[in-house]
Write a protein that binds this ligand. Structure first.
Ligand SMILES: CC(C)(COP(=O)(O)OP(=O)(O)OC[C@H]1O[C@@H](n2cnc3c(N)ncnc32)[C@H](O)[C@@H]1OP(=O)(O)O)[C@@H](O)C(=O)NCCC(=O)NCCS
Length: 369
């Protein structure tokens, strides 16, 4: 393999992957110095692009173990995508884009080309991707190009001496190069004086008030105590994670006039292979109880959940509500929305005091709604 002559040029008509050359160095320096690059990669600030282009990258191509391309579009240097490893048929992909050209789908295109090369030319069986937790742009690219089996490896990332939690996912040779699960969004739904909408930063205090309420803590015994802003933010982060994983959509229920948070309602447990089911869960702010607010909200959410995905819904076939036997208001919400009681799970719910209570199961099928 001669560098750069034998480096394969890969293109989809919009991006071109080619051997890096010294004319790229200025743009590489800008890209490396960008705060987002520094935040999300392990590139040391003193990384020397000239050495990369003249020594490390050519050596990688010649000796194997690192296959690094420049991403070009409209004749200009846009970033880098690289494959590394490959022992035993498994290797990793990495990428970084110049800040001036982000958000145009160029990296997604480059990743598709590199993954195809890994399978078709290098003969790999699996490509892995990893990113520091919170790098949503990178995760979105991995999701869109078909990486799956995402897991969080706590403390597995290392950059400049600091440990980070890492997301890790992979794609196999036989897998579709398309998302395996949906990445849900939270559509705004307005009806009957209510607005169902995504979380806003300033909902956190209302969320704390809702959760610290005695009745909420009694019936939802898994809620961590003490529960403050930090725990509320963790809950919001969990909801965001659930969207990306295709598992959960959580709406804030707000007053349509003031937009003040009155509670929240979720469809969750949606990751069920090809069986489109889900569970509805909810909690109301103490000041918003007793006026049918949650009954209305659950009705709206059930409608949205049964709507086909092509029409912006969640495409569910069956929804469940599970309530503790003594939680009369929660049971009312289920019955008022036409849910059928299907059974009791005896002593299935653990109370904070260590006692156990029966759970009542309800379900609703799409053709009953
Ligand atoms: C990550 C990076 C390569 C993305 O490059 P890009 O060319 O802007 O990516 P694309 O335009 O192909 O796609 C970005 C996707 O992420 C989405 N995205 C961006 N920020 C997001 C966020 N905060 N939350 C959710 N999605 C986000 C975009 O909307 C887009 O999604 P779409 O395909 O549905 O439109 C670029 O931001 C970068 O270089 N970051 C610094 C280095 C880095 O993080 N490298 C990866 C290390 S694992």
């Amino acid at each position: 393999m001669r560098f750069p002559d034998d480096v394969p040029v890969l293109t989809d008509g919009v991006v071109r992957l080619r051997a890096p050359h010294t004319d790229d160095i200025r743009a590489m320096l800008e890209m490396n110095a960008d705060p987002e690059t520094q935040r999300w990669t392990d590139f040391p600030p003193e990384r020397d692009p000239e050495r990369q282009v003249l020594e490390r990258i050519p050596a990688g191509w010649r000796d194997g173990g690192l296959w690094s391309w420049a991403i070009e579009s409209d004749g200009r240097y846009c970033g880098a995508v690289m494959l590394s490893g490959g022992e035993g048929g498994v290797g990793a992909i990495g990428f970084t884009l110049h800040p001036a050209v982000r958000g145009r789908g160029l990296t997604t295109r480059a990743v598709r080309l590199a993954v195809a090369h890994a399978f078709d030319v290098l003969g790999w069986d699996r490509v892995t991707w990893s990113a520091f937790v919170g790098n949503w742009a990178s995760r979105r690219i991995a999701w869109r190009t078909g990486f799956r089996h995402l897991t969080t490896a706590y403390g597995a990332g290392l950059a400049r001496g600091v440990r980070y939690d890492e997301w890790i996912a992979s794609i196999g040779r036989q897998d579709d190069r398309e998302p395996e699960d949906p990445w849900w969004t939270v559509p705004v739904i307005e009806h009957g004086g209510l607005r169902l909408r995504p979380f806003r930063d300033d909902d956190v205090d209302r969320l704390v008030e809702t959760t610290l309420d005695e009745r909420t803590l009694h019936w939802l015994a898994n809620i961590p105590v003490p529960f403050g802003r930090e725990q509320a933010e963790q809950y919001v982060a969990k909801c965001r994670e659930g969207l990306a994983a295709g598992d959960r959509v959580t709406w804030v229920i707000a007053d349509a006039g003031s937009d003040e948070m009155l509670g929240d309602v979720s469809v969750f447990r949606m990751q069920n292979g090809s069986n489109p089911v889900g569970e509805i869960g909810y909690s109301a702010h103490p000041a918003a109880r007793g006026r049918g607010m949650m009954t209305t909200a659950v009705g709206l959410v059930a409608k949205q959940a049964f709507l086909p995905i092509e029409q912006g819904g969640l495409g569910r076939r069956r929804l469940e509500i599970v309530a503790a036997k003594g939680n009369r208001s929660s049971i009312r919400v289920a019955l008022a929305n036409g849910f059928t009681q299907t059974g009791i799970k005896r002593a299935a719910d653990r109370r904070r005091d260590g006692s156990y209570e029966d759970l009542v199961m309800f379900d609703l099928l799409s053709d009953e709604h």
